[in-house]
Design a protein around this ligand. Structure first.
Ligand SMILES: [Zn+2]
Length: 133
């Protein structure tokens, strides 16, 4: 059983809980499930020519690379992808086609996810009187 568990975590990582402070600041992050490690971040990395991506989303599950800390910006970005998966069953194919056509950085789904995360962080910052600059 131990070997099977090791194989399983090597393939699909292990479930991790969303840190409470992030869930309190950004309740929408509870829409996703989180796992750490496994093949998806590596496969995402191979597609981009790097060893691993910080995070990759497959349907409702966000896979985080083993050594990447939780950050609001990263998780909000991945949450946008969770919602993109929810909006259309064709999303995975559209995402790949878009990446092939215009590249990862200019992929409209990536641009939308970055905008969503930036906007949400700005909203949170402006509503928090204790935030500095
Ligand atoms: Zn993304």
């Amino acid at each position: 059983m131990a070997a099977l568990e090791r194989l399983r975590s090597a393939l699909i990582g292990v479930p991790v809980a969303l840190p409470e402070d992030l869930a309190a600041s950004f309740p929408e992050l509870t829409e996703a499930r989180y796992r750490r490690g496994g093949l998806p971040p590596r496969v995402g990395g191979w597609a981009l020519g790097v060893g691993s991506v910080a995070g990759i989303t497959l349907w409702r599950t966000v896979f985080l690379a083993p050594d990447v800390p939780f950050s609001a910006e990263l998780l909000l970005h991945e949450l946008a992808h969770v919602r993109q998966f929810g909006e259309s069953r064709a999303f995975p194919a559209r995402y790949v086609l878009e990446s092939v056509r215009v590249g990862y950085r200019r992929n409209r789904f990536e641009v939308a996810a970055q905008r969503f995360a930036a906007l949400r962080l700005r909203e949170a910052g402006s509503s928090s009187p204790s935030s500095g600059t």
